[in-house]
Design a protein around this ligand. Structure first.
Ligand code: HAM
Length: 401
């Protein structure tokens, strides 16, 4: 099916490595895992993600179940986390909660390189925390994960979208500015001009066209101070560019927003996020400020490319004498218990076939057991790169790898 894929080989390995980096760094930042359902009530996304967004208007996999409930496959994780925070009364145990999630998301977008209909997001949400330090921490958490994983070339953009005090005036200013430019706007921007004029700013066509002439947001004192403090805290720890044209495509954002970009393709956002200080309350929860982000795992993997770090050694156990099968099988288990990656066990095949498979499996060593070895309780250790080989007592094999 277009946009849905089987993931295997190096692609699967890369995703697993990225998840391992993420889990390691989440632990350092004291962020706990939250597993949220893949399916939620459609209404949750309409309300939280926002009914003016492309996601809700065009991209949701929504359906009616046998009980007549309107459900949707999650297109993003933030609404589910916000719902869980409210439903599980997390704010009562501790108002400040730091969660991460790793899971597949679904959006019926037009598939192309880096854009799938089912894709993996790794995300973090800090709930109940309003200080600028939390914004900086969230951004550095994201940076630390992709750095640990090995992404080297990326850029970071940040902006502030203002709050309920300063944003309405800016919205109005944009509506007026773009209304006077109606003949110069693309169809998409024309249709969202009244409902979501900020989106025109990050339109690939019109955003670029009006970059210099469009009025820029005047933040209120509180938002300006908050944004300045975030930038101060980030200074010297990450390279970033403050970009007044960055707005992001979801309705719940307030204040700080950011995006990590890599590569030149149209799908160059490897991660994005921002504050959503009013979302929890608007969903019936506490008045809890929040900030979070999600990375597109496939895009982060593409931004790094192949893993160049040294790989663990691997051995392939070959046995050519039926009488040695048990000895060879026991050796495989001993090697694994010693932490060595071990394959083999094709003892019904001839030597040539087993050695061919050892090569195909990209093992570094073959361990070969034949008639002589069975008799002497030894094994032949062959380095598959150099061709060098030596005979060892079976008990010394694991320590010789
Ligand atoms: P988003 O910008 O919609 O934000 O998605 C985050 C990332 O998911 C994108 O930067 C991109 O790397 C990846 N992504 C999105 N769509 C696709 C796709 N069709 N195929 C492959 N990758 C994709 C959110 O989802 C927000 N929930 C982030 C957030 C969390 N904001 C606050 N908390």
């Amino acid at each position: 099916m277009r946009g849905f894929r089987d993931v295997f080989g190096a692609d699967a390995d890369n995703l697993t490595q990225l998840e391992a980096s993420a889990r390691k760094i989440f632990k350092l930042y004291s962020v706990a895992e939250l597993r949220i359902p893949t399916v939620e009530l459609k209404e949750l996304f309409v309300k939280a993600t926002g009914d003016t967004t492309d996601i809700v208007q065009k991209e949701m996999y929504a359906f009616e179940d046998a009980g007549g409930r309107l459900l949707a496959l999650r297109p993003e994780g933030t609404p589910g986390v916000a719902r869980a925070y409210i439903e599980n009364n997390f704010a009562q145990t501790s108002p400040v909660q730091r969660f991460f999630y790793i899971g597949n998301m679904f959006r019926a977008e037009r598939p192309q390189a880096g854009r799938y209909r089912e894709f993996e997001q790794i995300g973090a949400e800090f709930l109940g925390a309003a200080a600028p330090a939390t914004d900086a921490e969230a951004i550095l958490l994201l940076k630390d994960i992709i750095t640990d994983f090995g992404v080297k070339n990326y850029s970071v953009k940040i902006n502030s979208l203002g709050c309920a005090k300063c944003r309405p005036a800016y919205r109005q200013q944009l509506i007026e500015f773009f209304s006077a430019q109606k003949d110069n706007l693309c169809d998409k921007c024309l249709s969202r001009l009244q409902k979501n004029p900020l989106r025109v700013l990050d339109c690939k066509i019109d955003g670029e066209k009006f970059k210099n002439s469009v009025p820029k947001q005047q933040l209120c004192g509180a938002c300006a101070n908050h944004f300045t403090e975030v930038k101060n805290l980030l200074e010297g720890k990450i390279n970033f560019e403050a970009d007044p044209m960055l707005v992001r495509g979801l309705d719940y954002y307030t204040g700080t927003v950011f995006e990590f970009l890599a590569g030149a393709s149209a799908q160059n956002a490897i991660a994005g996020g921002g504050r959503y200080d009013t979302l929890i309350k608007s969903m019936g929860g506490a008045d809890a400020a929040a900030i979070g982000w999600a990375m597109g795992a496939e895009r982060v993997c593409a931004a790094r490319g192949q893993n160049t770090a040294a790989q663990d050694k691997k051995v392939f156990v070959v046995c050519m004498d039926q009488a040695g099968n048990k000895m060879a099988f026991n050796l495989m288990q001993t090697l694994r218990a010693a932490g060595i990656i071990t394959e083999g066990g094709l003892f019904d095949k001839n030597l040539k076939t087993q050695m061919k498979q050892a090569d195909r499996s990209r093992a570094n060593f073959a361990i070969i057991i034949g008639g002589d070895e069975v008799k002497n309780n030894t094994a032949v250790l062959k380095n598959l790169q150099s061709g060098e080989q030596k005979t060892l007592p079976i008990t010394e094999v694991a320590t010789s790898i």
